[in-house]
Design a protein around this ligand. Structure first.
Ligand SMILES: Nc1nc2c(ncn2[C@@H]2O[C@H](COP(=O)(O)OP(=O)(O)OP(=O)(O)O)[C@@H](O)[C@H]2O)c(=O)[nH]1
Ligand SMILES: [Mg+2]
Length: 593
């Protein structure tokens, strides 16, 4: 026996942990969805939907907080429908709660409980002033906390609306009471609709009270089917069963000779719905609330429009504008452009590839060019500083890097490019913005292209792409101008006469037949000339190659994709909403049962 108790205890503890984990999982998923929505600041509806998720989070928290208490069965409905009379009838007392002919009779909630301790959980959510606790030890519903509530639709209902909200939020089962002689009162149905959606169908119990004032045949054949159909139009869910009850006061003036009264079966139904423990029902309801919230958000996003289509349009806009800007950028670069000349860039790339006397010439030439081209600064008026700067440029290992001046030129180039295409971008954008704002309900700020379009990112991207394309072309030309055979040939142009001169000098020296000084001078001049001649041939080759570089760069640049995200933030949001709208999930309705 002791062992059996232990096993049951462990089982309970495990179930408890699993239930808590289920709550945490639901909360986490709702929170993640909320985070996704908060990353959509350009869609004002996201804020409203986020508030819905806050309510779901509060509902899930409230369910977990009262996880271990008895089921709370709230009797709700329109004014004078007999809610209090029904509560009395269900608990088996004439006057547990006050009922009467004056309207309204009930102005605060009343919890009928087996013992006062049962009401502790209800008291945590309602103030003492809003709630009467009525202990009825022999209540007809021992498994439930039965709550009588103020009406939904009398002239005074506004004054206790908050109390009613608390009862509806705290309830596990709703017994919705309607007057059988006039059950379709719109105010009542509208007031309850929002709350009914938060309960599974099995926890919404429909009662037509005062059935004693209606002919039983009419009630069964007309009133009940018609009301069920009406309810299904007004409320989410389906209501297969309608209880017809009668709780007339003693000596009621107009009861029918015979009337329907499902009071006993209603009591059994509530008792079985409330069950002995309501833990798993609450955990299941938390799942339902989370799924309904997810589906509700998805539906709201979908209802707004085809987000996937809008995301495609934004991509198309990005592509079109980027292509326009790229064409224009290429034109600007070809007609003067920005940055250092192709000549210098090619010389810098070629110089480290060459060897021999021609390589030496190219190295000196590159250094000399940097020495000369080092821009003048005011500080250069002090001679040593100017000299140091120029010598530094002369001995720099690499070619000139991207100087500040280059960047400034490039920026200016970017601005020229954008100024050139703005006239075509703005009308394109206006159409897109109009759709985003008027069709998809996005922020009106998007109508202002200056605030929405990130054109500087495009100009930066184009500048970088142009530089990369040019670097690639310079490298290619440098390789072509530095073929091994070409290098050998031109260096030999120097080495052959140099070898010959060296041979003559060596031979004369060996024979001790010393040569005159003029021979050395002439030899040196000859070698200088052949060295310069060979080097100039290379220079000429580099000039020809450098002239072709801008055209080649433009062709390479045109062949690449330069699509920049002009609406980077907005595109991200639209993509996110498209993803949320397309996520799979059953209809909210199917989750209610
Ligand atoms: N004929 C008849 N009268 C009923 C029935 N149920 C309640 N009554 C009477 O209808 C009047 C209103 O009943 P209550 O139980 O106070 O109704 P209520 O819905 O609690 O009313 P509020 O608290 O004011 O919203 C009382 O005079 C009851 O005696 C019924 O089934 N048949
Ligand atoms: Mg009442």
């Amino acid at each position: 026996m002791i062992k059996m108790n232990e096993v049951a205890k462990n089982g309970n503890a495990e179930a408890k942990v699993l239930r808590r984990a289920r709550f945490a999982e639901n909360r986490g998923r709702v929170q993640r969805l909320k985070d996704e929505l908060s990353a959509c600041p350009h869609w004002p509806m996201a804020k409203e939907l986020s508030a819905v998720l806050d309510e779901t989070l509060r509902d899930i928290d409230a369910l977990e907080e009262k996880l271990e208490t008895k089921a709370v069965v709230a009797v709700v409905g329109g004014s004078g429908t007999g809610k209090s009379s029904l509560v009395n009838a269900l608990c088996g007392r004439r006057d547990a709660v006050k009922s009467g002919p004056t309207r309204p009779t009930t102005r605060k909630a009343a919890a009928v409980v087996r013992s006062v301790g049962d009401a502790d959980a209800v008291m945590r959510s309602l103030d003492r002033d809003d709630l009467d606790v009525v202990p009825v030890p022999d209540t007809g519903l021992p498994g439930a906390i039965l709550v009588d509530s103020p009406d939904t639709d009398s002239g005074e209902c506004e004054s206790y609306s908050e109390v009613l909200d608390k009862v509806l939020n705290f309830a596990d089962v709703l017994v919705c009471v309607f007057d059988a002689s006039n059950p379709k009162r719109r105010d009542n149905l509208d007031r309850l609709a929002h709350f009914v959606a938060k309960f599974p169908d099995r926890h919404i119990i429909i009662v037509l009270n005062r059935s004693d004032v209606i002919d039983p045949v009419r009630l069964r054949d007309e009133v009940v089917p018609d009301f069920r159909a009406h309810l299904e139009r007004c409320w989410p869910g389906s209501f297969d069963r309608v209880f017809c009850t009668a709780t007339p006061p003693d000596g009621s003036p107009t009861p029918q000779a015979e009337f329907v009264n499902d009071l006993a079966s209603l009591r059994d139904f509530i008792e079985s719905a409330a069950g002995t423990s309501f833990f798993d029902e609450r955990a299941a309801r938390a799942d339902m609330l989370r799924r309904n919230a997810e589906e509700g958000i998805r539906d709201a996003i979908r209802r707004q429009g085809d987000w996937e289509g809008l995301a495609g349009d934004i991509r198309e806009f990005d592509g079109k504008v980027s292509r326009l800007a790229a064409d224009r950028y290429s034109d600007v670069e070809l007609n003067g452009g920005s940055g250092d000349s192709a000549d210098t860039a090619l010389l810098c790339a070629v110089e480290p590839r060459w060897w021999g006397p021609v390589g030496l010439y190219l190295g000196l030439s590159r250094r000399f060019r940097h020495f000369v081209e080092t821009p003048f600064r005011l500080s250069d008026l002090i001679l040593p500083i100017a000299l140091i700067r120029r010598l530094k440029a002369f001995f720099a290992k690499e070619g000139a890097g991207e100087s500040d001046e280059d960047d400034a030129d490039a920026r200016q180039g970017g601005e020229v490019v954008l100024a050139g295409v703005e006239g075509r971008i703005i009308p394109e954008y206006a159409t897109l913005a109009d759709r985003m704002v008027h069709e998809f309900g996005m922020d009106v700020e998007l109508l202002d292209h200056r605030a929405a379009l990130d054109l500087s990112a495009l100009s930066g991207a184009l500048r970088d792409a142009w530089r990369t394309a040019r670097e690639a072309e310079v490298k290619l030309s440098a390789r072509r101008c530095s073929g091994a055979f070409f290098q050998l040939l031109l260096n030999m142009f120097f080495f052959v006469p140099a070898g010959y001169v060296a041979y003559i000098i060596g031979h004369a020296f060996w024979r001790e037949n010393y040569l005159p000084g003029t021979f050395y001078r002439h030899g040196a001049v000859l070698l200088l000339l052949v060295w310069l001649l060979a080097s100039w041939i290379v220079q000429w080759r580099l000039k020809v190659a450098a002239r072709a570089i801008p055209g080649r760069t433009a062709r390479r640049f045109a062949g690449e994709d330069h699509t920049a995200q002009l609406l980077a933030g907005v595109a991200g949001e639209v993509g996110r909403l498209a993803r949320l709208a397309s996520q799979a999930g059953g209809r909210a309705q199917s989750e209610r049962s």
